[in-house]
Design a protein around this ligand. Structure first.
Ligand SMILES: [Zn+2]
Length: 237
């Protein structure tokens, strides 16, 4: 095997390495994680307003319940005055009785308002707990995807270790100047630095050259490097 044949092997190995690196950066788990983030944002956006509404209703409920407690306290006080024998006239008793009834009515009204609020809160709570379930499911799927991504990366990394080790063996077997020339062309030609000439066709760019051009290449001394006139890659003839 001559140096150029080894260079073709190096090319095949480098192409395999490039494909592995590409596979590593485009593992489907990466796109899946982006999609999960998008889903999470969507769920959070959907419940942002209901959450604000629910918090507001809960504040209203608290305010009403505090007011009910105050009214109840007043009613207890009036009730005590009515029955502790401290009254001095039936007129006073009548006034206290009227106060008590008014307080009871006020309490009943407030309690109805609380029930109305609770009826508004209930469907919001259902919606919010539904979103919590969805977020928990997204978190679980994310954890599984991250684990799957790590496993896939490890598998690719193992293959990369093998191709890079094989590369070193090939590089050591080819003159350094030839490897440098190959690297130079490969860097500017989409990862392909050397290609076989098959008949009149360069297998690097798949363009067929004129018979005269092929002739020139075929007549080159064996130690001279040949280049494709179309793509500039090294040719193995
Ligand atoms: Zn070419």
């Amino acid at each position: 095997m001559n140096d150029l044949d080894r260079l073709l092997e190096l090319q095949a190995n480098d192409t395999a390495t490039d494909q592995l690196r590409h596979r590593r950066t485009t593992l489907p788990e990466r796109a899946a994680l982006v999609e999960l983030d998008r889903k999470e944002q969507q769920v959070r956006a959907e419940v942002a307003e209901p959450q604000i509404e629910r918090d507001g209703l809960a504040r209203d409920q608290k305010r009403l319940e505090d007011e009910i407690a105050t009214v109840e306290g007043k009613a207890v006080h009036v009730h005590k005055q009515l029955y502790d024998g401290s009254m001095t006239s039936p007129k006073e008793a009548q006034a206290l009785q009227a106060d008590l009834e008014s307080l009871k009515r006020r309490q009943a009204t407030l309690e109805d308002e609380v029930i109305e609020l609770m009826e508004k809160i209930e469907p919001l709570d259902e919606l919010l707990s539904g979103s919590k379930v969805a977020l928990t499911a997204i978190d679980a799927e994310r954890a599984a995807t991250i684990a799957s991504l790590a496993a896939a990366e490890a598998a690719v990394d193992q293959e990369l270790v093998a191709t890079l080790a094989a590369r070193q063996v090939l590089v050591d077997a080819v003159p350094a100047s030839l490897v440098a020339e190959y690297e130079r062309i490969r860097g500017g030609a989409g990862g392909i630095g050397v290609a076989r000439l098959q008949g009149a066709t360069c297998l690097g760019c798949h363009i067929s050259m004129a018979a005269a051009e092929v002739d020139v290449i075929k007549r080159l001394p064996a130690e001279d490097l040949a280049y494709c006139p179309d793509c500039g890659r090294l040719l193995v003839r």
